[in-house]
Design a protein around this ligand. Sequence first.
Ligand SMILES: *Cc1c(COP(=O)(O)O)cnc(C)c1O
Length: 368
Amino acid sequence: MSGATVLNNKEAKKVHNFNAGPSILPKEVFEEAAASVLNYQDMGLSILELGHRTPEFIAVMEEARSLVKELMQLDQQHEVLFLHGGASTQFMQVPMNLLDSKDAAAYADTGVWSSKAIKEAKLFGKVDVVCSSKDGNYGFIPTDFAVPNDAKYFHFTTNNTIYGTQWKQIPKTGNPLIADMSSDIFSRVLDFNSFGLIYAGAQKNMGPAGVNLVVLNPALLGKLKRPIPTMMDYRNHLAEGSMLNTPPVFAVYVCLLTLRWLKKMGGIAAIEQRNIEKAALLYQAIDESTLFTGNVEKKDRSLMNVCFRINDESLEKPFLDFASSKGVIGIKGHRLSGGFRASLYNALPLSSVEVLVAAIKTFEAVPA
Ligand SMILES: *Cc1c(COP(=O)(O)O)cnc(C)c1O
């Protein structure tokens, strides 16, 4: 038994981790990552002290990239990159590579992350915000909008982590689709090949903070006159297989472990079924309750981030305390939307949702 396992068994208290990000990953991923920090593949070396140009690490990077292709069922046109910088870096890297100063790109504004992407794009070209749910407190996904034919691309945030809304249908606009999938990557089946570029910070559904997944069609690149700094130019990363400089080796390694776990669970279609079941259970408890109310329009409810509130705000703190006494942590809502947010990422077991649902029902029966 490894040191890490002993520690977990003896000392870890039972918690149900609903954190929005960084967030829960599978326990077996933590165990294997911990063991590899001490001794990677019996080399007598930690994964942390392995050169990134060694055959061992190159194998990690290649397997991670090929598992992404396999799980997302990508075609020959799509390439996979692991890049530094978090999703927020992609807010600028996308327009820097794809948007000329004379051109316009179309953006959907469905929350804080979308508006940050919009702000960055304006540094590089014209931005046409074709729809927004801001006036409705970002509580729905807009449906009635048109994207101009000449827009270089259409950018949207597939899942709005802070507000708890999710695009159920991928808009068909004719323009290259660019999506921030940070908080619902690998959580549901989509036609990933219909996108020009997908990006996601790892720390919600894929691994630890510090690395981004970028899936892109290289045919979109190389069309601008703007000089692009070496580290910002996707073409350089493609040419070097995500090893232009030292990649975030440990973060990529833990992503690989999570991808292997996902494959073992049956892939994206199987995890989607689990995610549907978990979300349905929690939304049903909220809808049946007289104390709690869901924040967003039912048709747009996220499977990943369930946002709700308690009708009598003075009961908010007592409920948080009560839930925490049952081991439920991380359900305080984002400061911008208040109330509660339970994040139900891939690795969260159904049993944790059952504990939260039981807490909601018990609290309702005997308010503090
Ligand atoms: C968390 C999040 C981000 C920001 O990610 P960083 O890696 O912290 O830059 C961007 N977009 C969405 C949808 C997110 O959930």
